[in-house]
Design a protein around this ligand. Structure first.
Ligand code: MG
Length: 156
């Protein structure tokens, strides 16, 4: 867990991280460089979950050695399914990380939403729903490993 009080934003007591897969942790179905070791380092701080439509059918293989629970979604109503998953964990204790239009609802409902604008870009709805926008997943993971970095971005 990380526990951080941000003036004008509130107190973040985060126990769970929920990640989108393609465009966020992965490109063309393959985990991006730098993700593997950071996810391993985060395991002592956060429970981690990956929610994905798994377009390339590669998520289970790519994540097999990582401490992440994998949830594969049906093709329909993905935005609602991602939001419902975050709510089921307890949205007040969740950081959500994504890039797509179907991530917008989980980004909004989570206590902290981080949008990654990587090589696939980010949907404007995802950026609008987020608290922080970063340009690479490594930066998002480093924010979770060093949460005090959020202070300067989010304080009023
Ligand atoms: Mg995506």
């Amino acid at each position: 867990m990380f526990d951080l009080t941000i003036p004008g934003f509130g107190r973040l007591e985060i126990t769970d991280a929920v990640f989108d897969y393609n465009g966020t942790l992965a490109a063309d179905g393959l985990l991006l460089e730098g993700v593997h070791e950071r996810i391993r380092r985060l395991r002592s701080e956060l429970r981690m979950h990956v929610v994905t439509a798994d377009t390339f059918g590669s998520a289970a293989r790519e994540l097999q050695r990582l401490p992440c629970a994998l949830v594969i979604l049906d093709a329909e109503n993905q935005a609602e399914a991602k939001r419902d998953f975050v709510q089921g964990l307890g949205a007040a204790h969740v950081v959500a990380i994504g890039n797509g239009r179907n991530d917008r609802m989980m980004l909004k409902t989570a206590a902290l939403g981080i949008t990654v604008c990587g090589i696939e870009g980010a949907a404007p709805e995802a950026a609008e729903a987020a608290d922080v926008v970063v340009h690479h997943i490594v930066d998002a993971l480093d924010l979770l490993l060093h949460p005090k970095r959020l202070l300067a971005t989010l304080r009023a």
